[in-house]
Design a protein around this ligand. Structure first.
Ligand code: C2E
Ligand code: MG
Ligand code: MG
Ligand code: MG
Length: 289
């Protein structure tokens, strides 16, 4: 019921994939059976740390592949899983799988896991995270949890309580897709974020609005510094993008230039050891070694 496109499940193919899904029912059925049928997997995308230009972690990204082998974009299936009430369970699977995988990487390399609103609904997220850390043996300093503003919109006290508990475990809390929602600034002082991840839409606009984007990024970095938060920017696709941000004193970069999401087994060994050499990162993008 889902035609093979040969394309990977990235967001840019969303329209095509939507057209090719005969019905939402089919997608629902697929999502419902996915855990049991082992159709979920994780891919990992490298995150660079500056100024040395080394890899410091990977973001875990959930993948769903139909039984016929067709990838379905997370931008399609995650909202469906959320609506069907399946995300608490799926999210727990992601947490466990990501921690287990990261425990096999060298010490300095962390994993970032995306969380969705319903994972906060039961109140058991902190104990789930603790359990994933214990089972895998991963040090809490090597786990980052990414949340978007959508999570913070309601039930503020319950969310704040859980974020505080999570921080007490020693994990890092990241505000993902920063700059895309509304009221971002009020969330910054009400919630204990350690990191801001600037949405990739800023880099997408860079080619036509470079000057303005530069100024906005400068201001976000200054804000992050003032609030003692680290700053990451995603969507670095080209050397042009990397050059554009190299003087902004951003802590972490992520994007296709450094690596696309890949299965754990596909991560080159050298990428875990000496990322700069492996990726031929242009030296002016990496900054001084
Ligand atoms: P996100 O957390 O903001 O993840 C970054 C997305 O940007 C990923 O899309 C990644 O493949 C894509 N990306 C990375 N670098 C580049 C680049 O240079 N250019 C472009 N154009 N795109 C880039 P993906 O994997 O399709 O995931 C989409 C969204 O789905 C994620 O956005 C996240 O919100 C959600 N998601 C993915 N995995 C999970 C998960 O395990 N749990 C939850 N709750 N949400 C997830
Ligand atoms: Mg993310
Ligand atoms: Mg993001
Ligand atoms: Mg996103």
């Amino acid at each position: 019921f889902i035609k093979t496109t040969g394309q990977r499940g990235f967001g840019i193919f969303r329209e095509t994939m939507e057209e090719e899904l005969v019905g939402r029912r089919d997608l629902e059925g697929l999502v419902r059976s996915a855990l049991q049928k082992n159709l979920f997997s994780l891919q990992f995308q490298p995150i660079m740390s500056l100024p040395r230009g080394r890899i410091c972690g990977f973001e875990a990204l959930l993948r769903l592949t139909s039984e016929a082998g067709t990838p379905v974009s997370p931008e399609l299936f995650i909202p469906v899983a959320e609506e069907l009430g399946l995300l608490p369970e799926t999210g727990e699977w992601v947490l466990n799988k990501a921690c287990e995988t990261a425990a096999g990487w060298p010490d300095g390399i962390s994993a970032a896991v995306n969380l969705s609103p319903s994972q906060f609904a039961t109140g058991s997220l902190p104990s789930q995270v603790q359990a994933a850390l214990t089972a895998s043996g991963l040090a809490p300093e090597r786990l980052e949890l990414e949340i978007t503003e959508g999570i913070l919109l309601k039930d503020t006290d319950a969310i704040l309580q859980q974020l505080t508990e999570l921080k007490a475990l020693g994990v890092t809390i990241v505000m993902d897709d920063f700059g895309t929602g509304y009221s971002s600034l009020s969330y910054l002082w009400r919630f204990p974020f350690d990191k801001l991840k600037i949405d990739r839409s800023f880099m997408e606009a860079y080619s036509h609005s470079g000057e303005t984007i530069q100024q906005i990024l400068k201001a976000i970095v200054a804000l992050g510094r003032a609030l003692k938060m680290q700053v990451t920017i995603e969507g670095i696709e080209t050397v042009f993008h990397a050059r554009a941000v190299k003087d902004l004193a951003i802590d972490n970069l992520q994007g296709y230039l450094f690596g696309k999401p890949m299965a754990d087994v596909e991560i080159p060994n050298a990428m875990l050891k000496d990322f700069v050499k492996t990726m031929n990162l242009p030296s002016d993008a990496a900054g001084p070694a």
